[in-house]
Design a protein around this ligand. Structure first.
Ligand code: SAH
Ligand code: SF4
Length: 374
């Protein structure tokens, strides 16, 4: 018997094509779509408006499989982190950060990351592949299962916002990310609006305009430095797409206004990018852009070559940016005790081979060398 095919991640048109191979009419695809993405069905038997023989055909040929949960941890502050096992055995992480009456799900777009930002734990992970649309949308569905928030029409949800700030660079996996986001934003399905979704990029300039025009989600830019020399040293991608090009892409990002701004993320690295002069340079750089700044205290991870700036330094830096008219909240680190905070994600339980270990150590040594130069 052939392996059942997973329907998760398919659009209504693709579902209709699958059903047509069994002689089933297109309106069944609409029902199936609603069961899958609005009601979160995990079993065809739940689909009571489909005749029993139809349910049997579906169960025979298809599944509605989410990624498997390999590990689940909960922080003292309520943040939850899931280590997810994909069908090929690869591991990714996903984090839910609850607030009083809402909550944000931070999802991954790749296994590891092809880029090697010096301050980021994910960047030390050598194994890399793009996630499929099914694996991206599967994270959101799994979180909704865990939070008990089906159907999609339910109000007052703890999964109200989504950020693509987990493992990976989403704009290096644009097609699959876009396909997943269209499913997530579909009002007849998961129904999370583009206003509640933020995509964070380290600066893949050629994809920024397309992301804005086609998806219209909020954009966050991992800026972290205000001159090319430093930015290239800590974000090697900057050598390919320097600051001038990045900021130009931001200036022309569609749909910006005072009410809808680009978020510039700025990780606070002690003695590296946190001086008063850096704050003033940041303000100058952002002039003319509908921008807000998000200061992220550096989150340490084993072997990290940086330290976090002091609270006083972060406060002074924030004041300078604020006085210049830019909101610059400091992102409260959440879930640090379970390594769930920004930049700490890494599928650590994947035991590396001796060769991979040597490579990881080499990358870490290189990072230490960079830190000493800075
Ligand atoms: N690859 C994308 C999205 C994932 S990272 C990107 O780089 O934008 C989400 C945010 O966490 C980015 O702004 C990233 O620069 C930041 N980050 C990475 N490592 C960090 C660390 N150790 N401490 C704090 N923030 C970190
Ligand atoms: Fe990749 Fe983003 Fe980490 Fe850089 S900060 S290594 S782009 S995940």
């Amino acid at each position: 018997m052939t392996q059942p095919i997973n329907l998760l991640g398919l659009t209504q048109t693709q579902l209709a094509e699958a059903l047509a191979t069994h002689g089933l009419p297109a309106f069944r695809a609409k029902q199936l779509f609603s069961w899958m993405y609005c009601h979160g069905a995990r079993d065809f038997e739940q689909m009571t408006n489909l005749a029993k023989p139809v349910r049997q055909i579906l169960a025979q040929h298809y599944t509605l499989a989410r990624p498997d949960i390999a590990q689940h941890q909960q922080s003292v502050d309520g943040t939850q982190k899931w280590l997810l096992k994909l069908a090929d055995g690869n591991l990714i992480e996903m984090v839910h950060i609850p607030e009083e009456d809402r909550g944000t799900l931070c999802i991954s777009s790749q296994v590891g990351c092809t880029l090697t930002c010096r301050f980021c734990h994910t960047g030390t992970q050598k194994l890399v592949r793009n996630l499929t649309a099914a694996e991206i949308v599967g994270q959101v569905m799994l979180a909704r299962d865990a939070l008990g928030e089906w159907p999609s029409t339910k109000d007052e949800r703890m999964l109200s916002n989504i950020v693509l700030m987990g493992m990976g660079e989403p704009l290096y996996n644009y097609e699959n990310v876009a396909e997943a986001l269209r499913l997530i934003m579909d009002g007849h399905g998961i129904a999370i609006s583009k206003r509640k979704i933020t995509l964070s990029t380290s600066g893949v300039v050629p994809m920024i305009a397309r992301c804005g025009a086609e998806l219209g989600v909020n954009l966050a830019i991992s800026l972290h430095a205000t001159n090319n020399e430093l930015r290239s040293a800590i974000i090697p991608l900057n050598k390919k797409y320097p600051l001038e090009e990045l900021l130009q892409a931001c200036r022309t990002y569609p749909g910006l206004s005072n009410a809808r701004r680009i978020t510039f993320e700025y990780v606070m690295l002690k003695g590296v990018n946190d001086s008063d002069a850096d704050a003033r340079a940041l303000v100058k750089l952002l002039s003319g852009i509908h921008a807000k700044v998000n200061l992220i205290p550096f989150n340490a991870w084993p072997g990290a070559p940086f330290e976090c700036s002091t609270d006083e330094r972060i406060e002074t830096f924030s004041d300078i940016v604020n006085r210049a008219g830019y909101a610059s909240p400091v992102r409260t680190p959440r879930g640090r005790d379970i390594l769930a905070a920004c930049g700490q994600l890494k599928s650590a339980s994947l035991r590396p081979t001796a060769a991979q270990r040597a490579e990881i150590e080499r990358v870490l040594r290189e990072k230490e060398a960079v830190a000493q130069v800075l």
